[in-house]
Design a protein around this ligand. Structure first.
Ligand SMILES: C[S@@+](CC[C@H](N)C(=O)[O-])C[C@H]1O[C@@H](n2cnc3c(N)ncnc32)[C@H](O)[C@@H]1O
Length: 192
């Protein structure tokens, strides 16, 4: 679990900056065992959802969250295929999932899912390995991105707001470069 950190401080800061309204609907895709859901609940967010491919990771988080887990929407499935409702989220968060998508078909399906399920004017936060980040994670190949390269994957209907680079120290003490991009879904474009 090289990606693990006790709290996703940068994610939380970008979420609070772009989605100050605590009633907004937020989804953390590939949330895994991360404590972001706990921290969002503590910060007063009332519509938090977590999606992950792994039922084990979801159960781990549900147990950790405890009684408050009943207030969270939990979804088990593949983010590239999950039947999200159209224009349903105010904010989409992904830390360390998109970079596992190594085929252009998977990436296009992911972007289509974001375009379909995030409301016009909503925000998208995607954190991947940066240009100097690792080339593999958990034994799997990953893609590394610059801000421009990541934005190219998403296209013009996603308006860049800002990006930042973070050095993550893994639980084993190694350093990994992460790139965080925050963008806004264009309210003008007609979307899927
Ligand atoms: C590297 S971990 C990151 C976990 C968490 N976001 C964090 O930053 O600590 C990636 C997570 O994404 C999940 N995942 C990988 N591919 C996925 C997919 N196609 N759809 C949904 N979840 C996926 C994995 O099960 C795992 O929990």
């Amino acid at each position: 679990m090289s990606w693990y950190r006790p709290h996703l401080e940068t994610s939380l800061r970008l979420i609070e900056e772009s989605q100050p309204d605590r009633d907004g609907r937020i989804i953390d895709v590939g949330g895994g065992e991360s404590t972001l859901v706990d921290d969002l609940l503590s910060a007063g967010y009332s519509h938090v959802e977590v999606l992950d491919l792994s039922p084990t990771a979801l159960q781990f988080s549900q147990r950790r969250v405890g009684e408050l887990a009943a207030r969270v929407g939990w979804h088990c499935g593949d983010v590239t295929r999950y039947p999200f409702e159209p224009s349903s989220f105010d904010l989409w968060h992904d830390r360390a999932v998109f970079h596992f998508l190594t085929s252009s078909e998977e990436r296009a399906a992911y972007v289509q899912q974001v375009a379909h399920s995030v409301k016009p004017g909503g925000h998208v936060i995607v954190a991947t390995f940066g240009p100097e980040g690792p080339t593999r994670c958990s034994g799997l190949p990953v893609e590394r991105y610059s801000a421009e390269g990541l934005h190219d994957q998403f296209g013009p209907q996603f308006e860049p707001v800002r990006h930042l680079v973070e050095t993550h120290r893994t639980p084993a003490g190694a350093e990994q470069q992460f790139l965080y991009c925050l963008c806004k879904v264009s309210a003008a474009e007609r979307r899927a």
